[in-house]
Every structure is written in structure tokens, then in C-alpha cells.
Design a protein around this ligand. Structure first.
Ligand SMILES: Nc1ncnc2c1ncn2[C@@H]1O[C@H](COP(=O)(O)OP(=O)(O)O)[C@@H](O)[C@H]1O
Ligand SMILES: O=P(O)(O)OC[C@H]1O[C@](O)(COP(=O)(O)O)[C@@H](O)[C@@H]1O
Ligand SMILES: [Mg+2]
Length: 571
């Protein structure tokens, strides 16, 4: 571990700096080696582009895990593991340091413990038993006593990529203002239109004045895009423009892109810090507690759910159906449902459902309408996609970033429910379908997200100024931490339907758990039922495909699927 100078400052938190008993994991012999960080071999000049792609983190972006030599793993006593983030001195060992200008900042000088301890880390697991190992930790975010950039040397840039999310403008604002007010940095460039903006000519000069009011607006003042990531062109542009701090705001795809940019910068031996700020309205980024904009999205979704409730209540056998975002993770739908209490059924990608037969959706809708005369259904956009046949899928299979394009499950299920009741003639229903997805995504962030965005931006700035690089910032169990890219990129955060939160939802809505799915599928095939409408044909064809897939590839029940995923994650 680097030692810390004993230089005192008015606002130092270093009452005493302890050198932790850390050991570095030596992958060669699996034995701990005291006080050494393992470093990957560096190739500063003239390395072939292939050498960057050959390393683990770059490989991670393409789906394979990083090699152990790319990880900075520090182990301690009682099963303590620090998954540390890269530092500029890993490959530029002789960089000079400077006192942190916050020492002389009147706003911060009153804070007694402003600087974080060098050895502060944040535990990933906080619920433990007496004898359980202390487990994985991440480096705590926050200002350090020493910085690796002088204020007038910093030339930062900010880019926003991927889909919109409430709070993007707040993060931009807070990076610009934070750099300016805390560290005296005045050179900040906005890259327009996502990654491809790096190799376009136009940029925006960002000053506290320019960004002063932007947090009141939805969207991103910088613009965004999907696709168009060319690592070498981006890094050429960073080098050509003399940028030395790159703040990259975006979701899982963006963080993968940031990871390969970092790798290329390290390969070229540049003094450039690369910082990822996780953005996703879907809340599907792992490790962090939640992503910014998520609270706002849940809050805004209430308006649509309220409207659906009012509509459904006002008419006989009214059904209000609301589609919410959530490609692979149903967090918005789950939280919006729990918050609203007006929802009778919530369908998410993690919990496969079925329509016909005992325990199916039709039976439940019928019962609910008979009991209450109305009902509200919330469906996440990624739910039930396996029920839509190939023929119904988008002609265009993927967006520019390679994300699979989803069919409108809201429209599909509305039609299915209408068809079902028209066919069975049991009830005359009135279904109103509301799709507020893009309206929700486009609103400005709410108060709590605004504060969260400020903390994210400040943590990112402190990390960059302290020389850390190649990391994503975010709260882990309530404390902001620096997380290596590979941890963010290895999995997706999903609703665990064996968790108590989903049980709370089931008990709040009283909806079926759809766990008899396989049994029903089998019966249905046996009955060799003749479909009546195009949607039925789709469904019948799909049942066969689904059954085949389930039997050959999938674990047996949704619970098994979750357990298999969990075992993979923890194992
Ligand atoms: N594996 C990857 N390697 C490099 N860049 C990527 C990768 N995946 C996505 N990107 C880039 O990241 C940007 C945003 O990705 P996208 O998936 O659209 O949104 P999000 O970051 O919100 O998930 C796009 O410009 C895309 O080209
Ligand atoms: O903006 P697009 O291309 O229409 O994509 C919509 C998708 O974007 C999201 O809002 C967010 O996805 P990302 O975080 O990957 O950008 C998804 O919920 C939704 O499926
Ligand atoms: Mg994404």
C-alpha cells in the first residue's frame, strides 16, 4: 500500500494512518504475498492495438471475464477482500502529487473529517454471521489529501451515452460546478451526441454559468446516442484535444465502452483518468444500491397508474393497463406497483407468466373483475417477451448498440385480453392501455435524485483528482465507492423473485405467482387446441417453442432459474 505523508492540514481526517495488514493475491501460487499489488505487464509505447484487446478487461467488454492479473485484489485477515480500482501510478509510477486544494477552500475548511482515510473501504455484504468471512470490499469514494492533478492542468470532458434518464443534466451540472468550485478547474468540455461525438468536430464549453439551470430540464444538454463506439478514434480524440479526465455517463453498454477506452489509454501510457458514472432508468446495474433517475421514474409512473385506476374505476369491467420501462429488470414496475397500492397485477421479465388455464392471467382478470368491477395491470416492457413468436418480433433485431429490440408487449397483451373476453363472452370488458414510458424517461430528476446526482458527481471528481481511473462510482450499502469496471460489466441487476420484496408485491396485489406454468403448458399441448385468432396462433406456436426451450436449456421453474443465476453469481 502506498504510504501517506504525515503533512498536516487544517481539515485532515488522518488522526493516524494505519497501514492495513493487506496481502496481494498471487494467482501463480494462490498464496498471499505481503504488501504488493500485482500489476499487469505494461506496454506504453508502440504496443499493437491487439495487445489492448488481449487483456482481460477489454475481453470483458466482449463478454469474457477479466483475467486475474487485471484485477487489483488485496486480501486481509478474516476473509477480507478489497477489489481495488486502477490508479494512474500503476503505469506512471513517478507522477508528482500536490496538496488537495480543498484544504484552502473556505466552504470545506470547517469540516473536521473531510478527507477519507487511505484505507477506508466499503463492504459489499453488510449482513453477516459471527463466523462469516468479511468478504468483498470496494475503495471508499471521497477526497484524498493528495491529488495527482494541478487545477490548471486539468482538462476534463463529459459525455452522455445510451437512453435518456432523469438526472443526466444534474450530473453534468454537478461535475462542472464541482470541478470548478472544489478544485478550481475551469477547462471542461462537453462531448456532443454520445461516444461518436468524440470524433466529431463540435464540442460545448461547459462553465458553471452555462450549466446553472440545466438540472431543471429533462434529457441531456449534450445529446446522446447508441452505437458508434470506436475505441481508437475516441482515444485519438482524447489525446489530440489534450483531455486528461474523461467523465462517461451511461448504462451497461456505456460502461463497457468506458472500460475499453480505459484499457487503450493505459496501453498508450497516458495520464488520463477515465471515470464511469452509472446511468440507467431500469436500475439494472449490479453492485450499486440503485441508479440515479430510478426514484424519479417510479414517482412519475404513479401518474400513469393513477390515470389507469381512474379510468378503470369509472367504467364497468374496466381494466387499466400501464406499460413501464424495464428491458430485462422489472424494478420500475415492481416499485411503482408497491408504491401505488392500486395495482392488481404486476408482470416483469424475471417472473414468467402464462395466460390460459388455472393460475393463469385470464382466470385472475376474470375473478378480479367479478370481485371489484375493475382492475389495474402494470407490465414491464421486457415481460412476457418469450410469449411473442418470432413472426411478431421486430424486423430489426437490435439497435445500434446491439441491444435486442423488444416488441410492444403492452399492445400485445391488451389485444390478447380483449380477444379472450370477446371469445369466451363471459364479460364485456373495457380496457384502456397507457404507455407512458418515454414521458417518464424525459422528466427532470426529483429532489432526492438531484442530491444523489450531486454525490455521484463529487465522488467521481474526487476519485479522478486522486489519480484513480478505470472505475465506476456508486453507492454500495449507502456509502459511495469506486468499483472496478469488470464488476459492473459482469452481470445485470435483476429482481430476485425468491426475495422478500417480490413476496411483498405478491401479497400486495394478490396476483397469482404463475408457478404452475410448466404444468399448464403441458396440458395445453396435449389438448391440441385449435387457435382461433392470430394472437392465438402466435401463442400456440410459442407454447411449443417455450416448452422445447424449457426442457432442453432451462432450469425447471422460475425459482430454479433464479437459483441457477444466483449460484452462478456467488459461485
Ligand atoms: N461492448 C461494448 N464495447 C464498447 N462500446 C460499447 C459496448 N456496448 C455498448 N457500447 C457503446 O456504449 C454506448 C451506449 O450503449 P447502449 O447499450 O446504447 O446504452 P447504455 O449505456 O445506456 O446501456 C453506445 O455508443 C455503444 O456503442
Ligand atoms: O431509447 P430507445 O433506443 O428507444 O430504447 C429504449 C430503452 O432504453 C431504456 O430506457 C434504457 O436503456 P439503457 O439504459 O440501455 O439506455 C430501456 O428501458 C428501453 O428499453
Ligand atoms: Mg443498457
Amino acid at each position: 500500500m502506498p504510504t501517506v505523508s504525515s503533512a498536516t492540514s487544517a481539515i485532515s481526517s488522518f488522526a493516524s494512518i494505519s497501514i492495513p495488514k493487506v496481502r496481494c493475491f498471487d494467482p501463480a501460487n494462490s498464496s498471499p504475498v505481503a504488501h504488493q499489488h500485482r500489476r499487469r505487464p505494461m506496454n506504453f509505447n508502440g504496443g499493437s492495438p491487439d495487445s489492448a484487446a488481449a487483456n482481460g478487461v477489454a475481453a470483458m467488454a466482449n463478454g469474457s471475464p477479466p483475467s486475474i492479473s487485471d484485477m487489483k485484489i488485496v486480501t486481509g485477515e478474516a476473509g477480507y477482500v478489497l477489489e481495488d480500482v486502477p490508479h494512474l501510478t500503476d503505469y506512471l509510477p513517478d507522477l508528482p502529487t500536490y496538496p488537495n486544494p480543498l484544504q484552502d477552500n473556505p466552504s470545506y475548511s470547517v469540516v473536521k473529517q473531510y478527507f477519507v482515510n487511505m484505507d477506508d473501504t466499503v463492504a459489499q455484504t453488510i449482513v453477516v454471521q459471527k463466523n462469516s468471512p468479511r468478504g468483498t470490499h470496494f475503495r471508499r469514494a471521497g477526497p484524498r489529501q493528495k491529488v495527482y492533478f494541478e487545477s490548471d492542468e486539468v482538462h476534463a470532458c463529459i459525455v452522455t451515452c445510451g437512453g435518456l434518464c432523469p438526472g443526466l443534466n444534474t450530473v453534468i451540472r454537478e461535475i462542472v460546478c464541482g470541478l470548478h468550485h472544489m478544485y478550481g478547474v475551469s477547462k471542461v468540455l462537453g462531448i456532443e451526441g454520445g461516444y461518436k461525438g468524440f470524433y466529431a468536430r463540435n464540442t460545448i464549453t461547459l462553465t458553471p454559468k452555462v450549466v446553472n439551470d440545466v438540472h431543471k430540464r429533462g434529457g441531456t444538454i449534450l445529446g446522446t446516442s447508441r452505437g458508434g463506439h470506436s475505441t481508437s478514434k475516441i482515444v485519438d480524440s482524447i489525446e489530440d484535444r489534450g483531455i486528461n479526465q474523461v467523465y462517461i455517463i451511461g448504462g451497461d453498454g456505456t460502461q463497457r465502452g468506458a472500460s475499453v477506452i480505459f484499457e487503450e489509454i493505459r496501453r498508450r501510457g497516458l495520464k488520463v483518468a477515465v471515470i464511469g458514472i452509472p446511468k440507467t432508468i431500469d436500475n439494472d446495474i449490479p453492485v450499486i444500491d440503485k441508479s440515479f433517475g430510478f426514484d424519479t421514474a417510479v414517482e412519475e409512473a404513479q401518474r400513469a397508474i393513477n390515470a389507469a385506476h381512474v379510468e378503470s374505476e369509472s367504467i364497468e369491467n374496466g381494466i387499466g393497463l400501464v406499460k413501464l420501462m424495464g428491458r430485462y429488470s422489472g424494478f420500475i414496475a415492481m416499485h411503482a406497483t408497491l408504491a401505488s397500492r392500486d395495482v392488481d397485477c404486476c408482470l416483469i421479465p424475471e417472473s414468467p407468466f402464462y395466460l390460459e388455464g388455472p393460475g393463469g392471467l385470464y382466470e385472475y382478470v376474470e375473478r378480479k373483475l367479478k370481485e371489484d368491477g375493475h382492475m389495474v395491470i402494470v407490465i414491464a416492457e421486457g415481460a412476457g417477451q418469450e410469449l411473442l413468436s418470432e413472426s411478431m418480433r421486430n424486423m430489426q433485431q437490435a439497435d445500434a448498440s446491439g441491444n435486442k429490440l423488444l416488441n410492444d408487449v403492452g399492445l400485445w397483451i391488451s389485444q390478447k385480453i380483449k380477444d379472450h373476453f370477446a371469445r369466451t363472452q363471459k364479460l364485456v370488458i373495457n380496457l384502456k392501455y397507457i404507455d407512458p414510458t418515454y414521458m417518464i424517461r424525459a422528466v427532470p430528476s426529483n429532489a432526492s435524485d438531484n442530491v444523489y446526482c450531486t454525490l455521484l458527481a463529487h465522488s467521481a471528481i474526487h476519485g479522478a483528482m486522486a489519480g484513480y481511473t478505470g472505475f465506476t462510482v456508486g453507492p454500495v450499502n449507502g456509502r459511495h465507492a469506486y468499483i472496478p469496471f469488470y464488476r459492473i460489466n459482469e452481470t445485470q441487476h435483476k429482481v430476485v423473485i425468491t426475495d422478500r420484496m417480490w413476496a411483498r408485491l405478491l401479497s400486495s396485489t394478490n396476483q397469482p405467482s404463475f408457478l404452475d406454468l410448466k404444468e399448464v403448458a403441458r396440458k395445453k399441448t396435449e389438448e391440441a387446441h385449435q387457435p382461433e385468432t392470430s394472437y392465438d396462433q402466435v401463442e400456440a406456436a410459442n407454447e411449443v417453442t417455450r416448452k422445447k426451450t424449457e426442457e432442453t436449456h432451462q432450469p425447471e421453474t422460475p425459482y430454479d432459474q433464479v437459483e441457477a443465476a444466483t449460484a452462478k453469481e456467488t459461485g
